[in-house]
Write a protein that binds this ligand. Structure first.
Ligand code: HEC
Length: 156
């Protein structure tokens, strides 16, 4: 389903490192399973370009005017999608690429929120490995995670 930001990230096959191959974008041009399916007409080029641009800019969860709404701190709707998109690739399963640190479930994530490493790594604080490995999350994402921690790290 693509009815919310969280579900779009989950089922849209978003690939920030290879935006054009994201399922949500490639399906717009697919000859076999085009979305939306015929008889509905395909999206126009401008709309397709907007979707591609959104993914290229990091598939962020912004309000329409592009302003950060750091009050959006629901674990399931706001926090988990950020970590799923930016961190889970290395920090899940048996892959050694995350140094044995797992960040896919609430319990796993809360553990690193509790010991300070989650925020420490995101703000590139001294004493922590800077995360994600290839850069820094947008300020808006970090604000949401910080608010979620301050508000008691709810599983909501
Ligand atoms: C490309 C792989 C990769 C990605 C993407 C990645 N990490 Fe990591 N992370 C690692 C590795 C490897 C380590 C082990 C320590 C090291 O090598 O720096 C690590 C360590 C950590 C630690 C422990 C840091 C410490 O100093 O104790 C935390 C917390 C963490 N990552 C959180 C995150 C978060 C949050 C994200 C997403 C925003 C993320 N990581 C994205 C590979 C990655």
């Amino acid at each position: 389903m693509l009815d919310s930001y969280a579900n779009t990230i989950k089922t849209g096959g978003i690939r920030v490192n290879s935006p054009a191959s994201s399922k949500i974008y490639s399906s717009l041009n697919s000859s076999r399973e085009r979305m939306p399916p015929p008889p509905m007409s395909a999206l126009n080029d401008a709309d397709k370009a907007s979707i591609l641009k959104w993914i290229q800019q990091g598939a962020k969860n912004l309000t329409c005017d592009g302003v950060c709404d750091s009050t959006q701190t629901s674990f399931k709707s706001n926090i988990l999608p950020i970590l799923t998109l930016q961190c889970k690739g290395c920090h899940s399963g048996t892959a050694a690429s995350g140094g044995g640190i797992l960040l896919s479930t609430y319990a796993e994530i809360k553990k690193y929120a509790d010991n300070g490493a989650l925020l420490g790594s995101l703000v590139h604080a001294i004493g922590y490995s800077a995360m994600p490995k290839n850069g820094k999350l947008p300020d808006c994402d970090i604000s949401k995670i910080r608010s979620w921690i301050r508000q008691g790290k709810l599983n909501n």
